[in-house]
Design a binder for this molecule. Structure first.
Ligand code: F6P
Length: 360
């Protein structure tokens, strides 16, 4: 193995730099191998100045830094790239150019750090000859084949702290506080942070809820003498028989943007006589320094991905299973997105402790 490339696709997540650092150090120290950084996701293969060498000096001090030193691009699908030609916006397939770029650079491996979209593209590029290895990145924790993605633990920690802070105002003012959290179609962030922060109601996409049940929970708490409530709402949660709330529609480049369900729940509860405030935590969940767990996981993932490249095990993704870093086929990882298992002990524990999911 003489030279490997590394790129970060999709939205950023805490821990990307930790993966890059571990990969660069392992490649150079263990395999005496050159590392090339591809900037702004797959776009780096096409854009001018998209390719940069990565040495030990380039990764010094980046372990605790959020974001990614390589830049990310969540419009970076190589099979549907928007360009302006003759004054008109058109969508083109640039996958062949990427394959040419990989060959031109003589890459013996390409580490692709990304979520479902980026990993799906990686698998397609493999079929065209690219020596790809996936690293599962997303705060949503919704990638199959692995118990956890890096970035998730940091998002949960930030969300838990937000719940703690909302608790104090909720109690002082006898209010209902609604916190809308990210997670797309998976309720992991809301479930984990909701349990860790002691929420009274948790609404997740996997359990359609009834508005009346949410108000009933708030009312019963007041009747029991608890004059405040904390409601944690996943952005992808939807009412029974209804649909998800979007703040922006999608197209062949952008996925639709979720948002608004927190306000819908807040307004409903407020209309029923309980003073309510809504907070949308948004990108605070993705920014800033990764937790020690995410740095630990990202470091292990980065090093393991380089070892896979050295072994020529392409079209695979590093994964955490039973506490060990292993590898799974990219096909398996992208086949079925991971969702909250309603029979898992986390949901059973929450229900057993009186946390409402709005479905009863
Ligand atoms: O997939 C990560 C994520 O943060 C989701 O939780 C959220 O729905 C989405 O990305 C937001 O994307 P953007 O940064 O493009 O608004």
């Amino acid at each position: 193995m003489k030279r490997i490339g590394i790129l970060t696709g999709g939205g950023d997540a805490p821990g990307l730099n930790a993966v890059i650092r571990a990969a660069v150090k392992t490649a150079i120290y263990e395999y005496r191998c050159e590392v090339i950084g591809i900037r702004d996701g797959y776009d780096g293969f096409i854009n001018e100045k998209g390719i940069i060498p990565l040495g030990i000096e380039d990764v010094r001090g980046i372990l605790p830094r959020g974001g990614t030193i390589l830049g990310a691009a969540n419009r970076g699908n190589p099979y549907a790239r928007k360009i302006i030609r003759d004054g008109k916006e058109i969508t083109i397939d640039v996958s062949d150019e990427i394959i040419k770029g990989i060959k031109r650079l003589e890459l013996d491996g390409l580490l692709v750090l990304g979520g479902d979209g980026t990993l799906r593209s990686a698998h397609e590029l493999y079929k065209k000859g690219a020596p790809v290895i996936g690293v599962p990145k997303t705060i949503d924790n919704d990638i199959g084949g692995t118990e956890v993605t890096f970035g998730f633990d940091t998002a949960v920690s930030i969300a838990t702290e937000a719940i703690d802070r909302l608790h104090t105002t909720a109690e002082a003012h006898h209010r209902v506080m609604v916190l809308e959290l990210m997670g797309r179609d998976a309720g992991f962030i809301a479930l984990h942070a909701g349990v860790a922060g002691g929420a009274d109601v948790i609404l997740i996409p996997e359990i359609p809820f009834k508005f009346e049940s949410v108000v009933t929970e708030v009312r019963q708490r007041v009747e029991r003498g608890y004059l405040f409530s904390i409601l944690v709402v996943s952005e992808g949660a939807k009412p029974l028989g209804g649909s998800q709330s979007f703040s922006r529609g999608g197209d062949e480049i952008y996925t639709p943007r979720l948002g608004g369900i927190g306000h819908a729940v807040g307004e409903y509860v407020d209309r029923h006589g309980y003073e309510t405030r809504v907070t949308v935590l948004g990108h605070l969940q993705r920014g800033g320094t990764p937790t020690s767990f995410d740095r630990w996981l990202a470091t292990r993932y980065g090093a393991a991905a380089v070892r896979l490249a050295a072994e020529g095990k392409f079209d695979r993704m590093v994964a955490l299973r039973e506490g060990k870093v292993q590898d799974v086929s990219l096909e398996e990882a992208i086949a079925i997105p991971k969702r909250v298992d309603l029979n898992d002990d986390a949901v059973i524990t929450a229900r057993g402790m009186g946390i409402a999911f709005g479905d009863e």
